[in-house]
Design a protein. Structure first.
Length: 224
């Protein structure tokens, strides 16, 4: 009958609309996957080679804007878990390879040189990539978040504390770039009271004189 025919028409029309919607969604997810793969590849390249061309930076920024637009809630966690974990692994491996290849490995000198490259090439390019993109629920800047990860995933994964004690015992000069690294990382103590930060400030006290360790002051205040 005519009524049944119209019902079937309406039913198939809804199916076609549903299929069209699913096709559009799959297209969006495919584009997002491509963007994310491109972002990961270029961030890895930046940490590995310590540089990217200006055009590549623009392309990464555009891909990030598109990706974050659909994944704003999850992106800060993804930034730490995927992009930075891979990047910091690149830096650690680079440091290990340099020390292994050197006839006279010097952790303090190599760490200082790695820090200089990191601050000169990696951090500024990350800031350009992530311009206008909030990557932390607490409102931290890209620089501060990345420095914290460099502290935890690179610096404190080495025997740097032992190397500092050995250098001091043998009256060896501490590289200036390493001292700069410790002071900059130590400056995060005003918003970070973690054990990692305490270790950094303790090292600052070994290489800088006079140095007021904020945690020593806080501990003394608590005891009074």
């Amino acid at each position: 009958s005519t009524g049944e025919f119209q019902t079937f028409q309406h039913y198939f029309k809804r199916i076609n609309l549903s299929m069209s919607f699913l096709s559009q969604q799959n297209s969006i997810y495919s584009k997002e996957d491509n963007n994310w793969s491109f972002i990961k590849k270029k961030v890895h390249q930046l940490f590995k080679e310590r540089k990217l061309k200006d055009l590549q930076l623009q392309q990464v920024h555009q891909a990030l804007m598109l990706f974050v637009g659909h994944n704003s809630y999850n992106f800060p966690m993804e930034y730490r878990r995927t992009l930075m974990k891979d990047g910091m692994t690149c830096l650690r491996e680079s440091l290990s390879e340099e020390l292994a290849a050197s006839p006279r490995p010097d952790l303090l000198a190599s760490m200082g040189d790695l820090w200089s490259e990191f601050m000169r090439e990696v951090v500024p390019n990350l800031q350009l990539m992530f311009a206008n993109i909030n990557i932390d629920y607490l409102g931290d800047s890209i620089e501060r978040t990345t420095l914290r990860l460099f502290r935890d995933e690179v610096v404190l994964q080495t025997d740097i504390e032992v190397a500092l004690i050995d250098a001091k015992a043998n009256d060896r000069k501490i590289p200036k770039n390493l001292t700069q690294m410790l002071l900059i990382l130590g400056n995060m103590a005003n918003t970070d009271s973690s054990q990692s930060q305490r270790r950094i400030c303790s090292m600052c006290a070994q290489v800088v004189y006079p140095y007021l360790n904020p945690f020593d002051i806080a501990d003394e205040t608590d005891e009074q």
